[in-house]
Ligand binder design. Structure first.
Ligand SMILES: [Zn+2]
Ligand SMILES: [Zn+2]
Length: 287
């Protein structure tokens, strides 16, 4: 009996121990976060860690090239660019964390072919190209960052197109649920459903979980319910959502859902940019 009691205790401890343990991806992302604290540009801190077979082969943070002055000592080197969003100011003194990690491999003669890179944020378009060119096969990141060229989604697509596995992990934040509201019966149902799926895909790509009632309404062709029944069926989903995304187009149902979201204090968005900014701010708060 005593022997049994002792072995039960051990089993419990092992189970508890496993629960506490980080996955490799969480572990290296946390290290990348730590690496970012060495960044020398006060405008942004990013960190990157390159691994092979779960061993760190290189790391980098955003800072000046070797032997050159850093922003925190001599100030940022600001240039202005004009885009459709107006005039924006950037610091061009530093090399991005991903680039510095790849450069460290080059400097010390370590191949990063087939490696994984862990970064505190999504890449800019240039970094995405370098990652592909360096033969890196996995890009794991935690936070959304907005590059002023507006090419954030394209940079991720470029890597995916080249066969790089792109994984977003939020170590300390829950997945945001976004309710997609928009026209269904007003216009062509097929087209409206397709548009809603596309919006859902974009929401998913930027790290949130979409709920798309259109899909169920479409299914309604086979199992018809009156409009009011669908509104009631969707109500609990709306209630448990973190945000509502209102698609373009006239819709009595969507307007009602927007009104309900307002009552419930659920934030409402009509563009993906603002939705991303909001999600990022929420994630920062949760840390
Ligand atoms: Zn700077
Ligand atoms: Zn970059």
């Amino acid at each position: 009996m005593e022997k049994n009691a002792a072995s039960q205790t051990i089993v419990k401890q092992v189970a508890k121990g496993n629960k506490m343990r980080n996955t490799w991806d969480e572990y290296f992302l946390k290290i990348a976060k730590e690496v970012s604290t060495r960044a020398t540009c006060p405008r942004k801190s990013h960190g990157a860690v390159i691994t092979k077979n779960n061993r760190i082969i290189s790391s980098g943070y955003n800072g000046s090239p070797l032997n050159l002055h850093h922003c925190d000592k001599v100030g940022c080197f600001i240039v202005e660019t004009t885009s459709n969003k107006g005039v924006e100011k950037h610091c061009i003194r530093t090399i991005h964390s991903e680039q510095n990690a790849i450069l460290q491999c080059a400097r010390f003669g370590v191949s990063c072919d087939g490696a994984t890179i862990y970064v505190t944020g999504n890449p800019c378009y240039t970094c995405a190209k370098l990652i592909v060119g360096a033969g890196i096969k996995r890009y794991v990141y935690s936070n959304e960052y907005f590059h002023s060229d507006g090419l954030d989604a394209s940079a991720l697509d470029l890597m995916r197109e080249a066969g790089v596995e792109v994984i977003k992990i939020k170590p300390n934040a829950g997945l945001k649920r976004v309710y997609v509201a928009g026209p269904y019966t007003n216009g062509e149902k097929e087209l409206n459903t397709q548009k809603a799926i596309m919006v859902g895909e974009e929401i998913f790509k930027i790290g949130m979980h979409p709920y798309i009632p259109h899909l169920f309404h479409f299914w309604d062709k086979e199992y018809p319910h009156p409009w009011e029944t669908w509104m009631e069926l969707n109500a609990p989903w709306l209630k448990s959502s973190d945000a509502l995304f209102r698609m373009e187009g006239e819709s009595k149902g969507a307007d009602l859902e927007v009104a309900r979201a307002k009552e419930l204090g659920i934030p409402i968005f009509d563009n993906l940019w603002d939705l991303r900014v909001w999600a990022n701010e929420e994630t920062e708060k949760e840390k």
